[in-house]
Design a protein around this ligand. Structure first.
Ligand SMILES: [Zn+2]
Ligand SMILES: [Zn+2]
Length: 237
């Protein structure tokens, strides 16, 4: 049994107090979190309608872990196929493809095009996790999908200043669509930060599991427009 499956079973275990089941969900997220741990958690709080006080609806934890599990199964199937394809290519003596699969890229993405999700958990694609994984798998298979590669948004990119130019960010998920003309990598980070502990305690949710309209005050496109660009000297590569 992997850590994911052990902890998924704990999330389902109604004999445990909700805080223990919540903590098991966190362990599942350390195993698999397609938007990064914090943004994936934020996504699940909204999609599974996790109330501030878990006691009022502990089933929300089950909805959250099952969405995560479904996405993880889609990823696992594609990752296993990827390994088989690579072996077959090697046997055929073909050169290995240099494109890293999306699940490898996201481990190193502090300054990758979608790093805003790591810096601000309130920014990430509006897709369900299985829909996001299906989209990424399709792109890996060579599908030509319109719009933002991460989320499919087809509206015009938002220009965000970098101090010496502009980068164009997806108006829905803040992924960089057109890089800054200087050619260096920039990360886009919120000027108003929300502490992780407040997000973890679901201060952005109401008692009934609806998003609190007043916290954090700025969301969506307005939040993306307020991101600030940073240039990191040390990249991961
Ligand atoms: Zn997007
Ligand atoms: Zn630049």
């Amino acid at each position: 049994m992997t850590s994911f499956h052990t902890h998924r079973a704990r999330v389902h275990d109604t004999s445990l107090p909700p805080y223990r089941r919540h903590s098991a969900l966190r362990t599942c997220l350390t195993c698999f979190a397609p938007y990064g741990l914090r943004a994936t958690y934020h996504h699940l709080t909204v999609s599974a309608r996790m109330p501030r006080h878990l006691e009022t609806d502990p089933d929300a934890l089950v909805r959250a872990v099952e969405e995560l599990h479904e996405a993880r199964e889609l990823w696992r199937a594609r990752a296993e196929e990827y390994v088989r394809q690579r072996r077959a290519q090697k046997r055929a003596g073909r050169r290995e493809t240099s494109v890293a699969p999306w699940w490898d890229q996201y481990r190193y993405r502090w300054d990758s095009p979608d790093s805003a999700w790591l810096h601000d958990p309130f920014l990430h694609p509006p897709l369900t996790l299985p829909a996001y994984v299906r989209r990424q798998n399709a792109l890996l298979d060579g599908a030509e999908l319109p719009g933002c590669p991460a989320c499919g948004e087809e509206g015009p990119a938002l220009p965000v200043p970098t101090g010496h130019g502009h980068a164009g960010l997806c108006r829905s998920c803040a992924r960089v669509l057109t890089p800054c003309p200087c050619g260096r990598r920039h990360s886009f980070e919120p000027t108003i930060r929300v502490g992780w502990s407040r997000t973890w305690r679901r201060e952005h949710m109401s008692g009934t599991g609806e998003p609190d309209p007043h916290w954090p005050g700025v969301r969506g496109t307005a939040r993306i427009e307020r991101l600030a660009a940073y240039h990191h000297v040390h990249g991961p590569y």
